[in-house]
Ligand binder design. Structure first.
Ligand SMILES: NC(=O)c1ccc[n+]([C@@H]2O[C@H](COP(=O)([O-])OP(=O)(O)OC[C@H]3O[C@@H](n4cnc5c(N)ncnc54)[C@H](O)[C@@H]3O)[C@@H](O)[C@H]2O)c1
Length: 258
């Protein structure tokens, strides 16, 4: 407990399946959590839940693809809490479609959220991360995916975007190391939450989809969002003080099966 005491953590995509788990775990570990998402109602419910439990949380509705919106959100976080010492880029968006069938609008939306959104959040958090980085350490944790490392038949645009998140992690970890800011990523396997859960539930045969997804992992099941949150906590905390530029696979053996 209290691994993140005195930290102020910004979590993007905080109203989502994995983001909400990260928010709950970080708050339980003593962090002040600033929750960014475009989904106002879910943000408000989560913020109220955390504050009622005695934690410190604030909600910041944002369009992560819009520069002015992201800059305003980061300014509001610092106005509310004084600083930012951790950024978790958990925002994400999935659209599938074969290469000759996907619309340009869908491609642009995937790239805008998953790639530009990660850059913009990092860009506007950076002045504040720099201030805490040199004073004792700051961390950025990005959400990549096993999808970045395998080909999928219809999820190619998402795969490309998550490859960019991993590359961003590698490149930016070098740029920000002198500022005392570590930059890492977690690459989950299938997680029984968020858009994976929703797309399986929409399928005509959800049970078959779940069984197939489970079978892709050596451990014989999908991950739970709490299991991803634990890895994000590790990379954000002082326990990972010598870790930067790393992609940490939390995938139940998904990659080793390939
Ligand atoms: N669920 C999985 O199986 C899985 C596996 C590997 C990686 N991931 C990654 O984990 C992260 C979280 O995924 P999740 O499963 O919790 O999905 P999710 O859809 O539940 O959460 C994503 C959140 O991002 C928010 N968002 C989307 N567009 C936005 C925008 N323009 N501005 C602000 N917020 C926006 C959504 O409102 C949502 O709350 C993503 O980066 C995803 O790629 C998920």
């Amino acid at each position: 407990m209290n691994e993140l005491q005195n930290h102020v953590a910004v979590i993007t995509g905080a109203a989502g399946g994995i983001g909400a788990s990260i928010a709950r775990l970080f708050a339980a570990e003593g962090a002040t959590v600033a929750l960014l998402d475009r989904t106002r109602d879910s943000l408000a419910i989560l913020t109220a839940e955390l504050n009622a439990a005695g934690h410190t949380a604030s909600a910041h509705p944002v369009d992560i693809t819009a520069s002015a919106s992201v800059e305003t959100a980061m300014t509001d976080v610092v106005r509310a809490h004084g600083r930012i010492s951790i950024l978790v880029n958990c925002v994400g968006f999935l659209r599938t479609g074969k290469i000759d069938q996907m619309s340009e609008a869908d491609f642009d939306a995937v790239m805008a959220v998953n790639v530009k959104g990660v850059w913009l959040a990092t860009k506007y958090a950076l002045p504040h991360l720099r201030a805490t980085g040199l004073a004792g350490g700051a961390a950025v944790v990005n959400l990549s995916s096993v999808s970045a490392y395998i080909g999928t038949d219809t999820g190619w645009a998402y795969t490309v975007s998550k490859g960019a998140v991993s590359s961003f992690t590698h490149a930016v970890s070098q740029e920000l190391a002198p500022a005392g800011i570590r930059v890492n990523a977690v690459a989950p396997g299938y997680v029984d939450a968020g858009f994976t859960h929703q797309s399986m539930a929409r399928n005509p045969d959800p049970a078959a989809m779940v069984a197939r997804a489970n079978s892709l992992h050596v451990l014989g099941r999908m991950g739970q969002p709490q299991e991803i949150a634990q890895a994000v906590l590790y990379l954000a905390s002082a326990r990972a003080s010598f870790v930067t530029g790393t992609i940490l696979f939390v995938d139940g053996g998904f990659m080793i099966k390939r």
